[in-house]
Design a binder for this molecule. Structure first.
Ligand code: MLT
Ligand code: ZN
Length: 478
């Protein structure tokens, strides 16, 4: 049975209301508006209903009811996807399942150094809960105030601390997942060693809501931070930035928590579009933000950073540097970094290329991709920034000043292809951390076709045979 007649849809809405209560089921377009469009405004969906269950049992019930009615289910967290990964189609048949009401911190265990949290907690709330126990949840992304744990895990978020602690999947010890048949897999184990067949939890991490709905997770924590040192540097080249990265890695292997790159073009957009921002160094074509942290002997961090920057200055690797002298100043440096997406949004239509290459190849990527894009679309603004220490650059392209946004976006596929040709030549990936979502399904055949896509389809068919979970995401249309 499929949701194609109003009798079926009406029946489904009534049973959802009976199961969850009136207030947990939204059907008015004005109430559903915020859940129907993605953060970038690229996809306007039309859900049948938006449901907001409060317990795992309710999530399971929703999945069962939708399965019986043949309705697709689109899990949604903070709705911060860059690739339309949590937006329903425009057919009016899908139920958006918001996890926002599942927001308990079930446990923080300082002996095991783990926390058990529900999917709807924002990443920032989870970080705060760890911090309250003197611990660190070592995952940080620009959208952490809105992004929720479930979405962060379903997309295997990366972000600013991947360099030191890995991606989201590296922090996951256990998961609780609602499956396509409405069953619940309680895999909330706290084990650091557990070789008992396939590692199922890692299948769900990064599956973008297509295999199951993550409702809770056991996350690995680190000792809390006792001191930090940060610097904002102006540099002559990307090669110089890599030389500085090597210096820091040798001198502070455990302390280097972030090494973020910002091009002069992208920084210029922040200064222009984000009120109150000010550059702490002289203007340049390249900037990096260095963040060091320690959980013991933090006193040595600042002199060490000062020493490394002094050496780098002498070696002409940096042009200018500002050291943070207070936590407020460190946060001001981060504000300059974290506002890049917002500034680019305000600058007009943008084409996001979330790509990765081997770290040593980033200078080639930036040079060759910029030249190829400028040749393909004269006047466009190439505004790269990102996680240089991971080789992950957001090689974003902004519409020419004053041009028609729609006319620019018509070139999106062609310009992504231009960038991806360079990325492919360097042995990189077309999706480093944002995922495939709806936006990049068209690239899957070309990049992952053959064995990989066949295996992925097999996994999808085994876990969600009726293709009810987040259809249209990851897989290209058959
Ligand atoms: C970030 O690192 O701030 C986001 O992942 C990037 C983006 O807007 O492309
Ligand atoms: Zn990023």
């Amino acid at each position: 049975m499929t949701v194609d007649g109003s009798a079926v849809t009406g029946e489904l809405v009534s049973s959802l209301r009976a199961a969850l209560g009136e207030g947990a089921v939204l059907v008015e377009p004005s109430d559903m508006a915020g859940y129907s469009v993605d953060w970038r405004g690229l996809y306007q969906g039309r859900p049948l209903a938006v449901v907001r269950p409060s317990t795992v049992a309710q999530v399971a019930k929703v999945v069962r009811l939708c399965a019986e009615a043949g309705a697709p289910v689109v899990p949604q967290g903070g709705n911060t996807s860059m690739v339309g990964g949590a937006t329903p189609s425009g057919t009016g048949t899908a139920v958006v399942l918001s996890l926002e009401r599942l927001r308990q911190v079930r446990a923080v265990d300082p002996v095991e150094m783990t926390m058990t949290v529900e999917a709807g907690l924002t990443l920032r709330q989870a970080q705060a809960a760890a911090e309250a126990a003197g611990l660190l949840l070592p995952l940080s992304i620009s959208s952490e105030g809105s992004a929720q744990i479930g979405g962060v895990l379903a997309t295997n978020a990366g972000g600013n601390n991947t360099l030191r602690f890995g991606n989201a999947r590296d922090l996951v010890l256990g998961l609780e997942v609602v499956l396509a048949d409405g069953g619940v897999w309680d895999g909330l184990r706290h084990l650091h060693k557990d070789n008992t067949g396939y590692c199922l939890r890692q299948l769900f991490v990064g599956s973008e809501g297509t295999l199951g709905i993550i409702t809770a997770a056991v996350l690995r924590l680190q000792p809390g931070i006792t001191g930090r040192a940060a610097a904002f540097c102006a540099l002559p080249s990307v090669e110089a930035a890599l030389a500085l990265l090597s210096r820091l890695r040798l001198r502070a292997p455990a302390g280097l928590h972030a090494f973020e790159y910002m091009s002069g073009a992208s920084m210029g957009l922040v200064l222009r579009h984000i009120e109150g921002t000010q550059l702490p160094v002289s203007p340049a074509d390249h900037y990096v933000l260095i963040d060091l942290a320690a959980c013991a002997d933090a006193g040595g961090l600042e002199p060490m950073l000062e020493g490394v920057l002094g050496e780098a200055l002498e070696a002409d690797e940096i042009l200018d540097a500002a050291l943070s002298r207070s936590e407020a100043q460190r946060l001001a440096f981060w504000h300059l970094r974290e506002e890049h997406s917002e500034a680019q949004k305000r600058a007009g239509a943008s084409i996001k290329n979330d790509v990765s290459v081997p770290v040593s190849q980033v200078p080639v990527l930036l040079r060759d991709a910029a030249a190829a894009c400028e040749a393909a679309a004269p006047g466009l603004r190439v505004a790269p920034f990102g996680h240089l220490g991971d080789g992950n650059i957001h090689l974003n392209l902004i519409q020419p000043e004053g041009a028609d946004p729609a006319a620019f976006l018509v070139q999106a596929d062609a310009l992504m292809q231009v960038v991806n040709e360079v990325v492919r030549g360097l042995g990189g990936s077309f999706s480093a951390e944002h995922g495939v979502g709806r936006l990049k399904t068209g690239l899957m055949e070309e990049w992952r076709g053959g064995v990989e896509l066949r295996l992925m389809r097999g996994i999808k068919a085994a876990l969600d045979p009726a293709n009810r979970f987040n259809p249209g995401v990851i897989f290209p249309a058959p």
